[in-house]
Write a protein that binds this ligand. Sequence first.
Ligand SMILES: Cc1cc2nc3c(=O)[nH]c(=O)nc-3n(C[C@H](O)[C@H](O)[C@H](O)COP(=O)(O)OP(=O)(O)OC[C@H]3O[C@@H](n4cnc5c(N)ncnc54)[C@H](O)[C@@H]3O)c2cc1C
Length: 391
Amino acid sequence: MKQYDVVVIGTGLAGLEVARSLAVLGKKVRLVDAKASLADRVHTTGIFVRRTLEDFKFPKDCLGPVVRDVSLYAPNGSRFSLSSAQDEFRVGRMKKIYQTWLNQCRTTGVEVSLNTRFETLSSSGSSSYVRLRSNGQQEKIKTRFTIAADGAQSHVAPALGLSENKKWIVGFEEVYEASAGPPRSEPRFHCLIDPVLAPGYIAWLVDDGEETHLGVGGNPKQFEPKKALAEFKSWVHRHLDFETGRRIEQRGGRIPVGGLLPQIYNHHGMLVGDAAGAVSPLTAGGLDPCLRLSRSAAILLNEYLATGQFSALDTYHGSRLRKRFFKRLLMRRVLSSIRSRKMVNLFWPMLNNRAGRAFAHQIFFGRGSFPDLLSSEKTSLVDWDVSVQPT
Ligand SMILES: Cc1cc2nc3c(=O)[nH]c(=O)nc-3n(C[C@H](O)[C@H](O)[C@H](O)COP(=O)(O)OP(=O)(O)OC[C@H]3O[C@@H](n4cnc5c(N)ncnc54)[C@H](O)[C@@H]3O)c2cc1C
């Protein structure tokens, strides 16, 4: 039976980052995903915020042009815009990012198994036995520790006896090539606040000049994403005079918005990324949290495995970190309580004043996001080798 220090289930950004970092720290890692290719079923828009762009290295050609402008709209088309002097957002070319991160995993010694599904886990003493299935064949492996990076509806979390996500919104979007013809204005992030098309969240159009993403998100009990997206497209046509190019992809999935889960580690395993609920409950941004949490998880876990001191994981305390999400959870409640378009149209002038704009500026351009668990000195131990390219 094959043996590993750590088995990581899931090759989203969280799984790739934690596996790569552990391998850099000298651990024997197996990384597993049910997908046959990481280009399959990408489910994220891929908007990276300034804080991530400042704190993490990205390989060449994996990010779109800088976006510094945001426009916010009421259902009746009233709008106001915000501009930043800094490079606020860039849309990731996700297939390239996943592929490059995967190559980085391989070059640092991670054993990668795609087309391989996690089935069950049992623990005894200080070891666990993980059953995987690939092409109808079952494989049993032995590991010291298991990491659940298998997304919002994790199967590994309950197998480890850890917390599970219970609250989500769903997002659905279409990706378009840039339209032919003269270039449009500067790259821009358009957000519509419409409780019918996007109950409890927003409808978005991100256009960075090379790609356009048009999507809706919201409480799954209150809308039909496909129908809402069709209506949003006609809203865009009416109010923004916007031409898209050829449609190249559809993406969608669940986004956990209940905040970081209370129990995210024990003696046998830990949760990272969406599996840990590491998503901003207000903006539903999960890419920065999943990178930040995964990197810290790897460093803390390495310490635990090296010393045998379980207290090395104390910093990775969901219930304690969760308190930092209090304000965002409250704002999520407020956003979810807005049920009528009339109300948004009516209160719009109150948002479109100095205080309202300052608030929106803080939400879109603030450096809030996810707390850092460790100092940058510690996290730099697992910095990127940017010379690795997608193949
Ligand atoms: C429509 C949409 C748009 C979004 N846009 C943004 C955005 O612009 N910016 C942002 O910051 N956040 C965004 N998010 C949130 C962000 O995408 C997620 O928080 C982030 O991608 C989570 O990464 P992850 O690695 O935790 O999980 P995932 O990317 O979901 O990866 C989980 C992996 O586990 C694998 N897996 C699952 N079950 C098994 C199993 N049993 N065996 C083996 N493998 C398994 C899956 O195949 C998958 O590859 C968006 C989410 C959605 C749904």
